[in-house]
Design a protein around this ligand. Structure first.
Ligand code: HEM
Length: 440
């Protein structure tokens, strides 16, 4: 356990936040107190399990998440307590693996549309194209054909703006910035109004027609709390839709960008993935049944999420005093938990810096891989968080990633223009600048 001094913080500020925290971890150990003792970074699987699972009721969402209420209102990501529990209960069935499987066709249609615009020899902005793709997929999954292309574009512009604003402000614990008469706040208000108009229009039309639709919005409109029998208000539907847009778009886009870049850097891995795709799917459009057969590709995805978990850092505020493995945590402390740091922790991982999808091989015939999987602590790997607040969209994201990678690799080899990529870590961990690749 160690205390980080203010002068040391200045020195660390020269690196990006993710690598800065890794240095803090290396130099100070598994428990690091930040100046003024309000924040503590913990890098120990048992301590994290206590915060997220065994004593989760003692911990609330961090200040940064609370600041996101400006856009997200009381959606799942920002909500807490009994109201969150009720919302989560109502929404869970729509995100069940079987239900998400029904979105396969919606997803492959959107991917086909993106690929139709890609041409051999062209240089494309991979980050931007994948960001548009994941946004279109969430929009279609949520609203079906009720959202026009023009509206989807407006949603994209508005969310991009809001995301950038959050990225800038996420690390500043100054929620009052959102209330000052700054030009950025005025633009944010305009963007939020645009988003509200689109979402409320769609909700209003459904209520009027009496047809809920078979998309995610329809399921949320039909959902009722099993205890009270009450459904969601329009405001609640709006907050949840906005939350799904935000949580389900940038995360998956940055994961896909990293994975394609990693594959280009590791030609042997790429060849194995291609051989599997060719054997399982061939040249046809992948189906839900194929996804379960693409086991090596799934290992690649798991390993990419280990190297670069988009949801790399989150915090929880202690409501009451607690003790984590003998470390006193006074009420009001923010416990910082980093999947990025834990996924590279040398105590839990052999060769943590190496991209090696084979570490996820759990073939019954391979006792060594089985043993490694069983020995790994539950909270050494948690790209989707954990406990009751585990990412509700994890099945959605895994299906979307598998289908997108399969369909891209069926047609193209991406030769990235950069061999070295600088990370940018604030709300998500992503390449600092857009990544460009030549299509072959
Ligand atoms: C690779 C893609 C994704 C990653 C890495 C990811 C990661 C995460 C993480 C780490 C959390 C937990 C945050 C915390 O505990 O404070 C979370 C929560 C959440 N995610 Fe995801 N996510 C991804 C994709 C998605 C998608 C596609 C959706 C929706 C379509 C989604 C919706 C949500 C929601 C609503 C929550 C809040 C759940 C709750 O608190 O009950 N995510 N995600």
């Amino acid at each position: 356990m160690a205390n980080l001094t203010i002068s040391k913080l200045r020195y660390f500020a020269q690196e990006n936040l993710a690598d800065r925290l890794r240095r803090v971890h290396r130099e100070y150990g598994d428990v690091v107190w930040f100046p003024l003792q309000r924040f503590v970074l913990v890098n120990d699987a048992e301590m994290i399990e206590r915060v997220l699972v065994t004593n989760a009721r003692n911990y609330g969402k961090s200040q940064a998440m609370r600041a996101a209420k400006v856009l997200l209102g009381d959606g799942l990501l920002t909500n807490e307590g009994d109201f969150w529990r009720q919302q989560r209960r109502m929404m869970q069935p729509a995100f069940h693996r079987r239900q998400i499987g029904q979105l396969t066709r919606t997803m492959t249609d959107c991917i086909e549309e993106m690929l139709a615009g890609w041409q051999n020899g062209a240089v494309i902005n991979v980050s931007a194209d994948l960001s548009t793709l994941t946004l279109t997929i969430v929009a279609k999954a949520l609203f079906g054909s009720a959202i026009s292309t023009d509206e989807a574009q407006k949603v994209s512009t508005a969310l991009d703006f809001m995301l950038k604003l959050f990225q800038q402000r996420a690390i500043l614990p100054f929620a009052f910035l959102n209330r000052l008469p700054l030009p950025s706040n005025q633009s944010a208000e305009n963007h939020i109004n645009t988003l509200n108009q689109i979402i409320y229009r769609i909700i209003g039309e459904r209520r009027q027609s009496g047809e809920m639709g078979d998309d995610l919005l329809g399921m949320l409109m039909a959902a009722q709390d099993e205890e009270s029998g009450i459904g969601m208000s329009d405001k609640q539907l709006r907050d949840e839709a906005m939350t799904l847009f935000l949580a389900g778009h940038e995360t998956t886009a940055s994961h896909l960008t990293w994975t394609l870049w990693l594959l280009d850097q590791h030609p042997n891995t790429l060849d194995r993935a291609l051989a599997e795709i060719s054997a399982v799917v061939g040249t046809r459009t992948p189906t839900l049944a194929d996804v379960g057969q693409l086991t090596y590709l799934r290992q690649v995805i798991d390993e990419s999420l280990r190297m670069y978990p988009p949801g790399w850092l989150f915090g929880r505020i202690a409501h009451a005093d607690d003790t984590l493995n003998g470390v006193q945590i006074p009420a009001g402390t923010t416990v910082l938990i980093s999947a990025y740091l834990m996924h590279h922790h040398p105590r839990y991982w052999d060769r943590p810096e190496q991209f090696d999808p084979d570490r996820w091989k759990t073939a019954p015939s391979d006792p060594n891989s089985q043993r490694l999987a069983e020995e790994r602590a539950r909270f050494a790997y948690f790209p989707f968080g954990g406990g009751a607040r585990l990412c509700i969209g994890n099945q959605f994201a895994l299906l979307e990633s598998t289908l997108t990678l399969t369909m891209i690799l069926q047609q193209f080899r991406l030769r990235f223009l950069d061999d070295r990529v600088e990370k940018m870590a604030s709300l998500t961990i992503r390449p600092k600048s857009d990544l460009w690749a030549r299509l072959e």
